[in-house]
Design a protein around this ligand. Structure first.
Ligand code: NAD
Length: 491
């Protein structure tokens, strides 16, 4: 199967994607024959329907993953690496088709979608390189009586659940390390953006992934189907990316069979700008940290804290830049900011603006949804936002930038840490000692120091507090799918 014909037009893309469930290397309809609509957020119109899996279908995925498990675990690491490398090459070769498909079902602008595809493909390359570096170690026990031999083995069948905001990258960030480690898996993408996942399944098959090693299903019954999979004792791993609320439900479900969990959850990133920052660099960084993916990113700057000496210039500069962003259909060539994902998101974002202004914040640009088809909200800056405004405490997940003033370093750190989340923080200062000092005191798994973008397949991605458990990418990413086996031996 090829996805090359999708280039013909944006709308032809969806027609050429397989839309049934991918189980054991076969494309099969759901057992009840029901379908789920997939919408184009730029118009609100249906672009495709995909199979709606039942619990029975979900359990068939486990059967298929179980049947393939021993063979895949025994496949030489070099062979697994070469298949992942081939997947990387195929994805790079088809990056434009994937970018257009992502734009179509997610709504993000083409530059964002192209960036995502490049990032997504890198996880296949990175983990093809990690597959052949699964090294254990040997030590002498302190008593001298025996050797301590440690080797790593694949955990077993993994359930991978992904969100709609990065339909390609969140899938490859999990499939890459699972396959490199020797695990078979079941991918459940978000129902908003399933087409990218099915196109990915077809690509993996072409790259040489054996039948049953990767299975993909979509379902309107996410809780029931994932619950059934997690209740099956053959399943040993859950890797989830999504909201903290759903993460908590899944942690409880996984507890029943004591399943290993990697949880990449929500964020509420502070973006701290000190008086001594390079203003232009801070504004460039702010635009990336806030507006990449239209603000629909777990890493999105959610709260801007700006020191009093640079505050007015920062608000003015940010307003000017946000005002210039061209809003339009994600797949239109000139678009810089696409629609948000759906009506509920549009209404929630509008509600956050109304709440902030009712508490005294001032809108310097944007602020109202657009009266047109699709789900469009303009880039919005809010000045003087109080700490109790809802958008300072909840993940915004949209193009709103609330800015607030601080006086001292201590005050900034306290405000930055005043949240249950701890995924990423951004700090701008030209004083490197201060930068490291603040970065160490901020409670987050990642810090962008004079950088508005930190995501990198070679670096450990993940959060502290209620932003998650475990790390993806880097060598940490493959360890999430491996179990350490200790053998005590005397020789
Ligand atoms: P979501 O939690 O609503 O859904 C995520 C996935 O879980 C989807 O596939 C969905 O179908 C599934 N799901 C929903 N309810 C479920 C249930 N009861 N049982 C099992 N599965 C269920 O999140 P979303 O709206 O798709 O994505 C946005 C969220 O994802 C944000 O909170 C964002 O911060 C987070 N996210 C985190 C990271 C990270 O790496 N930390 C990356 C991207 C997105």
């Amino acid at each position: 199967m090829t996805i090359a014909p999708f280039l013909k037009s944006e709308f032809a893309q969806a027609e050429n994607i397989p839309t049934d469930l991918y189980i054991g290397g076969e494309w099969v309809p759901g057992s009840e024959g029901k379908r789920i609509d997939v919408l184009d957020p730029s118009t609100g119109k249906v672009i495709a329907t995909v199979a709606d899996a039942t619990v029975e279908d979900a359990l068939k995925c486990v059967d298929a993953a179980a049947a393939a498990a021993a063979g895949w675990a025994a496949t030489p690491p070099r062979k697994r690496a070469e298949i992942l490398r081939k997947a990387f090459e195929l994805m790079v070769a088809r990056s434009e088709e994937f970018a257009r498909l992502i734009s179509l079902e997610n709504g993000k602008s083409l530059p964002d979608a192209r960036g995502e595809v490049a990032y997504a493909a890198e996880f296949f390359r990175w983990f093809s390189e990690e597959a052949v570096r699964i090294n254990g170690d040997i030590g002498l026990s302190p008593s001298g009586a025996n050797r301590i031999v440690v080797q790593y083995q694949p955990m077993g069948i993994a359930l991978l659940i992904t969100p709609w905001n990065f339909p390609a990258a969140m899938a490859t960030r999990k499939i890459g390390p699972a396959l490199a480690a020797g695990c078979t898996c079941i991918l459940k993408p978000a129902t908003e953006t399933p087409l990218t996942a099915y196109a990915m399944a077809a690509l993996l098959e072409e790259a040489g992934v054996p039948k049953g090693v990767v299975n993909v299903y979509t379902s309107s019954k996410a809780g029931a189907t994932s619950g059934a999979i997690l209740s099956d004792r053959r399943v040993r791993k859950l890797s989830f990316t999504g909201s903290t609320a759903v993460g908590k439900i899944l942690l409880k479900a996984a507890a029943e069979n004591v399943i290993s969990c990697s949880m990449e959850l929500g964020g509420n990133a502070p973006f701290v700008v000190f008086d001594d920052a390079d203003l232009e660099a801070a504004l460039d960084g702010a635009m990336i940290a806030k507006m990449r993916n239209g603000g629909e990113a777990c890493t999105a700057a959610n709260r801007f804290y700006v020191q009093e000496g640079i505050y007015d210039a920062f608000v003015k500069g940010l307003t000017e830049r946000m005002k210039k962003l061209e809003l339009g259909a994600g797949y239109a060539e000139t678009t810089q900011l696409g629609p948000v994902i759906n009506t509920a998101a549009l209404e929630r974002i509008h509600g956050l603006v109304k709440d902030a202004t009712s508490r005294g914040a001032r809108v310097t640009t944007g602020g109202e949804p657009l009266a047109r088809d699709g789900y469009f909200f303009p880039a919005t800056v809010l000045d003087g936002v109080p700490a109790d405004a809802e958008l300072m405490n909840d993940e915004i997940f949209g193009p709103l930038a609330p800015v607030t003033k601080f006086k001292t370093e201590e005050e900034a750190i306290k405000a930055a840490n005043d949240t249950e989340y701890g995924l990423i923080s951004y700090v701008y200062t030209q004083d490197l000692a201060r930068g490291f000092r603040v970065a160490e005191k901020i409670e987050s798994g990642m810090v962008g120091l004079n950088r508005g973008l930190a995501s990198d397949p070679a670096a450990p991605f993940g959060g502290v507090k209620q932003s998650g458990l475990g790390r993806e990418g880097s060598h940490h990413g493959i360890l999430e799918f491996l179990e350490a086996k200790y053998i005590a031996v005397t020789w």
